[in-house]
Write a protein that binds this ligand. Structure first.
Ligand SMILES: [Zn+2]
Length: 338
């Protein structure tokens, strides 16, 4: 009996243990799917969703912000400056559209950089630097020459003023050391064509440009710069039309005439006193003056007149500047009428 009972009890205990283990195992296996359900499939519990979204987003975001922006920002700074620097000259170069035929003629740059306007003209807007209230730009054309350039440079150094030399390519080729002296002493260097030969320079806008480029190569070889400032031989009056302006502007050149002339080209040799008188007669009433003089071997009275002209301008309260592309050009109106 006891054995029977014992067997029965054993069997009962075994069943109990089995049931208990099944129950417990079932609970555990229930818990896992339940937990996984709540975390992944839970619709009502916002927390996991937010977390998972945040996680989802934060991963891509950090990937975005760490990788994408990095991969974007890394190439950008590297890629941008290079193309931009290359393109920088090009976006400036694309020509403005030619002005319509009814465009009024306004042959002046405004100090805010607005270019002249005229029918068929296509000149870009510029940026000019602020200037003193009264400023004088001394300019010397046609050099360099050993007979005159060193004297002019010496006077300018003694007077402590800067000027601008619109040099001929032909002369710079002959006297590179003088061009170097001008440049090293801090004066402005402009381009006055290669030959100054009107038949070549004014044959067409294209030949004008070719003369400028030819001179530019000489200047570049000697002092390593390519001046953007051009002075037309004899000035633009009677030589330029809108096509010349368009051609030069398209190549990023600025053209400078003058509003005060020493008159030293009116004759082979003009008296010193006359040169000074000419300046004194034209300067009053002008706040900014671009003064025409010549650096040519026959122009000895210009050398004599220079200190007197500088003294006069100083007495009148003028500062002295050299011409750079940040200086607004003064242009004769004639070229905009044709
Ligand atoms: Zn000249």
């Amino acid at each position: 009996m006891w054995t029977k009972d014992c067997r029965m009890w054993n069997a009962a205990l075994a069943v109990l243990i089995l049931l208990t283990s099944i129950y417990l195992g079932g609970c555990q296996s229930d818990k896992l799917p339940k937990a996984s359900l709540t975390s992944s499939g839970t619709i009502k519990s916002a927390q996991p969703d937010i977390v998972s979204e945040e996680d989802d987003n934060s991963i891509p975001k950090t990937q975005d912000t760490q990788e994408a922006p990095k991969t974007e920002s890394r190439p950008e700074p590297i890629a941008e400056p290079v193309p931009n620097q290359k393109v920088e000259a090009k976006p400036v170069i694309p020509l403005p559209e030619k002005s319509p035929l009814d465009t009024p003629i306004h042959p002046f740059y405004s100090l805010d950089g607005t270019p002249p306007s005229a029918p068929g003209l296509a000149m870009r807007k510029r940026e000019f630097a602020a200037e003193p209230e009264k400023i004088a730009y001394l300019t010397f054309d046609d050099g360099p020459y050993p007979e005159t350039t060193p004297h002019l440079l010496e006077i300018l150094r003694e007077e402590g003023v800067k000027a601008t030399f619109f040099v001929l390519g032909r002369q710079a080729e002959r006297y590179p050391e003088l061009l170097k002296d001008e440049y090293v002493q801090g004066h402005g260097i402009g381009n006055h064509s290669y030959s100054h030969d009107y038949s070549s320079v004014y044959h067409s806008p294209e030949t004008f440009l070719a003369e400028i480029k030819q001179a530019e190569e000489v200047i570049f070889k000697v002092i390593g710069i390519r001046p953007r400032m051009v002075r037309a031989p004899g000035g633009t009056q009677g030589h330029f039309n809108v096509n010349y302006y368009n051609t030069l502007d398209a190549e990023d050149y600025l053209v400078y005439d003058w509003n005060v002339s020493s008159g030293d080209a009116a004759a082979p040799l003009v008296l010193t006193e006359q040169l000074v008188k000419n300046i004194e007669a034209q300067v009053p009433g002008k706040t900014r003056v671009i003064i025409l003089m010549h650096d040519s071997k026959s122009k000895t009275t210009t050398i004599e007149a220079l200190p007197l002209i500088v003294h006069f301008l100083k007495e009148q309260g003028y500062s002295f500047g050299k011409i750079t592309p940040k200086v607004a050009p003064i242009l004769f109106p004639g070229g905009f009428n044709s």
